[in-house]
Design a protein around this ligand. Structure first.
Ligand code: MF3
Ligand code: CO
Length: 260
């Protein structure tokens, strides 16, 4: 499938989808606390998504059974919510959520610290987020896709982290996953040329230890092979002639200067 260029009307719908998803993330962040089950997180997330008149895009996607992927500590992505899984003080919890609004998708992930976490865990979360913003420096029309991949990977590797290679970011629009595939590590080829109107979900997944990952017996949950902590940060963006527009930030995040 070719990489599509979205029209201004499509971008406006994705902007709305992104703003709603940002609000869902902010709403869930407020609710997260020790003692909560991951199923409660999913239920709350689904309620919030539906309260905006949107559809949770992950639910039943290739058989995935929930609306919010909840991945704790060494779980990289795609943790399945369960009433038996309890979030504890000191955990790091990644929430990955997708919504469909008027036929258009947005997709974003955040990793949160639950109460006090070790300094090393806090740094992993912060640097995973920063790796995304390092990539944004190249997410400009005229640059090539893999300049984003290289920037993310080089930044994270600089701390000795393992940059997950088995999962990638992706184009997004009327489908959750569109071309191109967007790796988070150094590439030999430069990749496609970026053009205004391309909409991309960029999502570094960074491990404290090895980059290698395993799939658990549930066929979904991805964990770091050495069981080291893992963080995830994802936004849906639009390529423009200048700096990219990040669709899945809250107004509060933007006002706080996360993306200048
Ligand atoms: N952000 C992930 C992705 O883009 C979420 C997909 S999870 C699934 O691949 F449940 F929908 F598969
Ligand atoms: Co994604």
């Amino acid at each position: 499938m070719a990489v599509t260029i979205k029209s201004p009307r499509e971008i406006e719908l994705m902007r709305e989808a992104g703003k709603i998803l940002a609000k869902v993330h902010a709403g869930l962040e407020k609710e997260l606390r020790p003692g909560m089950t991951t199923l409660e997180v999913d239920r709350l997330g689904e309620e919030m998504i539906r309260s905006f008149g949107c559809i949770p895009s992950f639910k039943n996607y290739n058989g995935y059974p929930a609306s919010v992927c909840v991945s704790i500590n060494e779980e990289v992505v795609h943790g399945i919510p369960s009433k038996h899984r309890i979030i504890k003080e000191g955990d790091i919890v990644s929430l990955d959520i997708g919504v469909i609004h008027k036929g258009y998708h947005s997709d974003a992930a955040r990793t949160h610290a639950i109460g006090e976490v070790p300094e090393a865990a806090r740094l992993l979360i912060e640097r995973t987020r920063q790796s995304f913003f390092e990539g944004m420096k190249y997410a400009v029309a005229g640059h090539h896709l893999h300049e984003i991949s290289n920037a993310i990977g080089a930044y994270a590797e600089g701390f000795g982290y393992g940059v997950v290679e088995d999962l990638c970011g992706h184009g997004i629009g009327t489908h959750l996953h569109e071309d191109p595939e967007i790796p988070n590590f150094r590439q030999f080829r430069r990749g496609i040329k970026l053009r205004p109107g391309m909409t991309l979900a960029i999502e570094p997944m960074i491990n404290m230890g090895t980059a290698d990952v395993l799939w658990m017996d549930d066929d979904w949950t991805v964990v770091s092979e050495d069981m080291s902590l893992s963080a995830h940060y994802e936004n849906t963006i639009v390529i423009t002639e200048g700096k990219p527009e990040i669709l899945t930030l809250t107004d509060t995040e933007i006002e706080a200067g996360i993306w200048k």
